[in-house]
Design a protein around this ligand. Sequence first.
Ligand code: XMP
Length: 319
Amino acid sequence: DWTMGAYREEAIAKIREQVGTEKVICGLSGGVDSSVAAVLIHEAIGEQLTCVFVDHGLLRLGEGEEVVRLFRDHYNIPLVHVQAQDMFIDALEGVDDPEVKRKTIGRLFIDVFDAEAKKLGGAGFLAQGTLYPDVIESVSFSGGPSVTIKSHHNVGGLPERMNMKLVEPLRELFKDEVRLLGKELGLPESFVGRHPFPGPGLAIRCPGMITREKLEALRKADAIYLDEIRQAGLYDTIWQAFAVILPVKTVGVMGDGRTYDHVCALRAVTSIDGMTADFYPFEMAFLGRVATRIINEVKGINRVTYDITSKPPGTIEWE
Ligand code: XMP
């Protein structure tokens, strides 16, 4: 695509001009946006860039390994893999307010980036894969009144105590354009086509209090759901699909016994840019199959529901 080819050259020139000879840290989330930003910045400034991938204990099954493999083995881009699971999960203990969750996670991300920058002997810039819709939605919604719907952890500037400035080379792009740019940069199709995944990760798919047990069940249910979606050949038709674990327990029966376990909600939407979305009309047989597998295979879940809310009035994520 020649348009993206031109964008790429322009973006590279801008990054070089902004950064000069300083070091840059790029936070990777495992999603498409931060990956594309990292590869683009690496093209622009090479070894001045260090990527930091924080495992906050809120990733999906196998996600950490996939990201590390892509960056270290495929691209040979220097990558620091920070194991910060306990730090994040401990800080989130007892927190059930969605905005407090988001802000807690955002603050800890900054702490980690700060610490990594110090280890490098200082870095002048922090790079993020912020997109245009992230910028808009943190300020207003659909042209409506200026109300913050959600604090995206990667928008809104940096705390003053941090001395890094921001590099956000995707700030003018929509998701479909980022995917084109990713292809242009040679990212594997399988990676470019990945569903979006929010920076706060599974924390915002676990309404109410977060516990390690709930996260564990959520991770398994989510993997089963996505496995079935892939097997049905539906992955690329859907903008985003994921499981949510609810803070509600219900009574069930399994074999001869009574169960009292959590409810899991399944979400799948189609969308062009994430700003509006329609729930995906699965066949009932498909949903039944997924529900049976989740209840049989995941300890701690005994009921499954399907979310049929579109956006608006719902948002895609539950928090
Ligand atoms: P909502 O839930 O607001 O989500 O309809 C719209 C899109 O944005 C993703 N999302 C985030 N991405 N940091 C991110 O990088 C965040 O804090 C965040 N919150 C939501 C969401 O997954 C969906 O694709």
